[in-house]
Design a protein. Structure first.
Length: 393
């Protein structure tokens, strides 16, 4: 990312007076005190969910008891998606601590780091939790990533997140489980604005159809009809415990390291090499932006980092794994010349390709009901079911 101004007090950009979101963030607005709408959104979520307070803790315990009740007579009572990262690893511990019987589910996009794989093994072994893994054909996986690279859009590795969601639904259905637990925390991560962070089944399908070479056979595509089946018919609930309970990512990481000899991988989402390439290189060099402001802004809101310190880290060059670009080009079969040609092309937006976005907006009243019933994530409702106030930056 271009260093606009390392000092937040000297930058010409308008920056939130509470966090470090600036005017380039999609659909951002500021109140008379300079506080952004996303800070207000998160404050409202904390109030609604009672996050980290007695209200939230009690609500989570009620959910736990309901999971146990609905899971009687079954081998597992909940599904937990895992990556080997901090949040999902700690979620496994939380589930066992509360007496739940989780089945860990992993979507292997074939780009896992050795650290992530070993972290998964250590935690699952120590907690005696079974693992279900869906492995996509590596040529097919590479072809999907290559398609997004040629499409010139920011959502290079969005197919991974959607695939994990679909696999968790499929496994829940297979074992008759009604609850999926996710390790997302709006306190530590915020809710990423849609801007350059959009994905749905139609978007992935349309880009792959235009640029792909290998048929999608092992990729678990979540179409709109499948999404509605899982949520409105199968009624599989998505629960995010960290939205209710007090969760400190740094303390969780220290706990995992001490109890399970777990290893930190160096940054948010860097446990997977395609995600690491996306976060550290692709989004920065091609789109002149970064998503590090999500985590850094959260640290500021939580009083764990000053705005000045967070801003300096935000505008500083990202940490880049040695030979990661070489690995990326080799996996996708790109020559040096072809890679440079695509990276220098004009970026495109997800709005230039077919998506379900308008359909989500038309069905906003339905998704509001589903979100309040925990049948779709509240973050999905807030991000996808309303028109963009302005073009993404």
């Amino acid at each position: 990312m271009v260093n606009i101004e390392a000092d937040i007090n000297k930058t010409t950009l308008k920056v939130c007076s509470r966090c470090i979101y600036d005017e380039r963030v999609a659909s951002i607005s500021f109140d008379e005190e300079g506080v952004c709408n996303y800070c207000h959104q998160l404050e409202q979520l904390k109030k609604d969910y009672g996050t980290g307070e007695k209200k939230g803790e009690e609500e989570f315990l009620k959910i736990v008891e309901q999971i146990k009740e609905d899971g009687k007579g079954k081998k597992y009572d909940c599904i937990i998606g895992v990556s080997g990262g901090t949040d999902s690893s700690y979620m496994l511990y939380i589930a066992k601590k509360h007496g739940l019987r989780p089945l860990a589910v992993h979507y292997d996009n074939t780009w896992n780091s050795a650290i992530a794989t070993e972290n998964l093994r250590k935690v699952l072994t120590a907690l005696d939790i079974d693992l279900y893994t869906h492995v996509i054909d590596n040529k097919e996986s590479n072809d999907i990533f290559r398609s997004f690279f040629y499409a010139d859009v920011a959502e290079l590795e969005a197919s991974t997140d959607l695939a994990l969601a679909e696999v968790m639904y499929r496994v829940a259905w297979k074992f008759g489980v009604k609850y999926v637990l996710e390790g997302h925390s709006f306190i530590t991560e915020g809710i990423t604005p849609v801007g350059r962070n959009y994905f749905d089944g139609k978007y992935i399908q349309s880009i792959h159809k235009k640029f792909g070479r290998v048929p999608m056979k092992t990729y678990p595509l979540m179409t709109f009809s499948r999404f509605m089946f899982w949520t409105a018919f199968a009624k599989i609930k998505k629960i995010r415990p960290f939205w209710y309970i007090d969760y400190n990512k740094e303390e969780a990481r220290a706990f995992l390291e001490k109890e399970y000899d777990w290893t930190y991988y160096g940054g948010h989402h860097l446990e997977n090499r395609i995600a690491a390439y996306f976060q550290s290189i692709y989004i920065s060099e091609k789109f002149n932006t970064t998503f590090r402001n999500n985590t850094l802004a959260a640290l500021v809101r939580n009083g764990k980092m000053s705005r000045e310190e967070a801003w300096r880290e935000y505008v500083a060059p990202p940490k880049i794994e040695k030979d990661l670009v070489t690995y990326f080009k080799k996996r996708l079969g790109l020559s040096d010349e072809e890679y440079e040609r695509v990276m220098k092309r004009e970026p495109k937006s997800w709005t230039e390709y077919p998506t379900y976005k308008k359909r989500f907006e038309r069905l906003e009243p339905l998704f509001k009901i589903l979100a309040h019933a925990n049948l779709v994530p509240m973050s999905f409702y807030l991000k996808y079911c309303f028109p963009m106030e302005k073009d993404e930056n």
